[in-house]
Design a protein around this ligand. Structure first.
Ligand code: WT7
Length: 653
């Protein structure tokens, strides 16, 4: 099989790389033998108001503390903007390509700086201060990046929410973080259609205002950007026009001096239980990690055009659309549209149009474009590309090879990057000038990253092994806590294997020390690179009147990686016709369309142990029609259920 093949570092890439194999060895040794010294050296590449004396001060035991550069003082927006003005003020910082071909815009560092300052001044004029939370609910427009940087400038904590979340999903997050202000747009554009955003915020705010958890706290203002001319209901004095509010403000704004450990951002992500959790990233460590990893993993050279296709609502968009590229004085590309609208090949044309050097996307998108008519790819040159990145889920060797051969013309390094919202940035990945690639493997840890494989009992495994992936040491980009619930943070990440951070992923280490991520080992399902907790979808189903009980699992899917499969027990034995589709729609309304199950199977009961625990292992077998060998079913309270479910599924197809 070709997937067993090694793709050696290209001499052309190694020759110009900031990090070649020798330097990589040196850095990795330094980071192990003198971690504080190593990270201090990296920290010197940031712009400080006060240079830190302290580096790491973390403990994974007991209460768990993660702290980096706590006595340093800096401002993230200064690092991403002001610092570059002298030498690169006229360099393009941001290219925005709209969904319509002729709709595009570029902002130089000077222009971006001015826009950020104006919005930062406007926020201050509205009474926003250091530590206040600001929610951002915008489509892929330049103002998304402007809003994030404006918050960072005045020390407000931004909470970007994916524009695909539903009103109730937004409401939960607004209440949890206690946002004072929301920045949104009238509507977004997607595939030639309009996606209402302001209307969704209106609904979310009315839900939030009646939520007990809000404890009287409320959003004071909504700043509304006019993008599409969609009619919306403005509610003065709460709602304010973005242009009028920001336009009159001066284009200079005094940056807030921030402590290294002051909060920078919250990002909500799903776990195996309960509601989404707001992970907190802080100022110095997060910025350092975004800058360092962006430069190292993409061998990024200032002046090159860098394109990460992720939505800014996810962590990838934070670290590799906004903070990494801008901290490196780079040019970042933001594309509003989808890969195949108005026709396939749109992404390839954009790569040629802007001479993109690094392209970073998800396996689900790669697999879907692999299925397009090859003429669309063939119509483009893609000669500007040097590095092709993949993130979000394991990339299957077939997709890897297509990416390498067909998209990259065998000239590019393919970097499969493993990381998580919790890690702030890339943790395991091949560096283009230093590490040979194997299709399907994220390869080796970055300097200072210490992956550990443990068995079920928490015993550390050495050499070639397969087990649960943990991280043995803190790194600067690590999430510090779950907002408002440090106990949950300790419980979720540090209690399974005491002394280690547990990632929730399984992995194998081969004889070369390469890591192969095998997927989640908890009840988190990865659909098209979006993390969805089975418990979240189950609770959403439970809120439907007809539902008595539900169990949701992930099943393999050719394009999405995994798809959601829901087993639902109804309250009355006969549901109305079409209830399956209605339940899927209902989940879409409660959580957002991305979380609507592909399959809903009505079940008379769920297979449970005598103590009442749902046997998901059996549900997985049933859903994947892998029922020849069901394993031990003797602990089931009612083994007949299994045959009934198999029969029902067969009857459907
Ligand atoms: C989970 C994190 C990383 C930013 C986007 C998703 C899976 C991520 C890879 C990869 C195999 C991967 C893991 C991880 N994952 N990258 N290269 N190979 N699996 O961030 O939503 O926090 O999800 O995505 O399961 O735990 P996220």
């Amino acid at each position: 099989m070709e997937s067993g093949k090694i793709y050696h570092v290209k001499p052309s890439l190694a020759a110009s790389a900031a990090i070649n194999a020798a330097r990589h060895r040196l850095m990795s040794n330094h980071a192990v033998t003198d971690a504080d010294g190593f990270w201090h050296e990296e920290a010197r590449r940031l712009d400080w108001i006060r240079v830190p004396e302290l580096a790491g001060n973390s403990s994974f035991d007991g209460d768990v503390r993660v702290s980096w550069f706590a006595d340093g003082v800096l401002n993230v927006s200064v690092n991403c903007l002001d610092r570059h003005l002298d030498q690169h003020g006229d360099r393009v910082a941001l290219i925005w390509q709209g969904e319509a071909e002729d709709d595009s815009r570029t902002l130089t560092y000077r222009q971006l700086h001015a826009e950020v300052c104006r919005l930062a001044n406007a926020l201050r004029a509205l009474g926003i201060r250091k530590g206040d939370r600001i929610a951002i609910y915008l489509p892929m427009v330049a103002e998304g990046a402007v809003a994030m940087l404006a918050c960072a400038r005045i020390g407000a904590v931004h909470v970007v929410m994916f524009a695909g979340f539903s009103a109730s999903g937004i409401a939960d997050r607004l209440v949890d973080c206690g946002a004072r202000l929301v920045i949104t747009a009238d509507a977004g554009r997607r595939g030639g259609k309009r996606v209402p955003l302001k209307a969704c915020i209106d609904e979310a705010l009315s839900l939030a205002s009646t939520s007990e958890a809000s404890a009287g706290h409320k959003v004071e203002h909504v700043l509304v950007l006019r993008l599409t001319g969609t009619e919306i209901a403005m509610q003065p004095p709460r709602d304010l026009e973005f242009a009028a509010t920001v336009g009159q403000q001066p284009d200079q704004c005094e940056p807030e001096p921030m402590g290294g450990e002051d909060p920078l951002l919250l990002l909500y992500t799903s776990g195996s239980t309960g509601k989404p959790k707001g992970l907190l990233h802080t100022t110095a460590g997060y910025l350092l990690w975004a800058r360092f990893t962006h430069e190292a993993v993409f061998d990024y050279k200032p002046g090159e055009v860098f394109w990460c296709t992720a939505d800014i609502g996810w962590v990838t968009g934070h670290s590799y659309v906004v903070y990494g590229p801008l901290a490196n004085a780079g040019t970042t590309l933001i594309f509003e549209g989808t890969p195949s609208w108005p026709e396939p090949g749109r992404w390839w044309r954009i790569i040629d149009k802007y001479q993109v050097a690094s392209f970073y996307t998800a396996p689900t998108a790669i697999r879907s474009m692999m299925r397009d008519d090859p003429k669309f790819l063939a119509a483009t040159s893609r000669k500007s590309l040097r590095v092709l990145g993949s993130v979000g889920e394991p990339i299957n060797p077939e997709a890897w090879l297509w990416y390498y051969h067909d998209v990259g013309g065998e000239r590019c390094a393919v970097v499969d990057t493993w990381w998580q919202t919790e890690t702030g940035g890339i943790m395991i990945a091949p560096l283009p000038g230093a590490i040979a690639q194997k299709p399907g493997s994220a390869t080796l840890p970055l300097p200072g990253v210490v992956p550990v494989l443990v068995d079920e009992k928490g015993q550390e495994l050495s050499g070639e092994a397969e087990g649960h992936l943990c991280l043995g040491r803190s790194w600067p980009g690590q999430a510090r806590t779950i907002w408002g619930d440090h106990a949950r943070y300790v419980q979720t990440y540090f209690s399974t294997y005491p002394g280690y951070y547990f990632t929730g992923d399984g992995a194998r280490r081969d004889s070369d020390g390469y890591y192969w991520i095998t997927g989640r080992v908890d009840d988190v399902i990865n659909v098209s690179g979006h993390r969805i907790g089975s418990a979240e979808v189950e609770s959403a189903l439970d809120t439907h009147d007809a539902v008595a009980e539900a169990a949701v699992i992930g099943v393999p899917h050719d394009i999405k990686g995994q798809a959601l499969f829901a087993f639902v027990v109804l309250k009355a034995s006969n549901g109305a016709a079409g209830i399956e589709a209605e339940l899927a729609r209902h989940v879409g309304q409660v959580l957002g369309r991305y979380a609507a199950p592909d399959t809903v199977l009505l079940a008379p009961e769920l297979p449970k142990t005598r103590s009442g625990k749902i046997m998901r292992r059996i549900l997985r077998k049933i859903a994947t029609r892998d029922t020849a060998e069901l394993g031990d079913t003797t602990t089931l309270a009612d083994p007949a259920i299994v045959q009934e479910l198999i029969k029902r599924l067969e009857a459907r197809s």
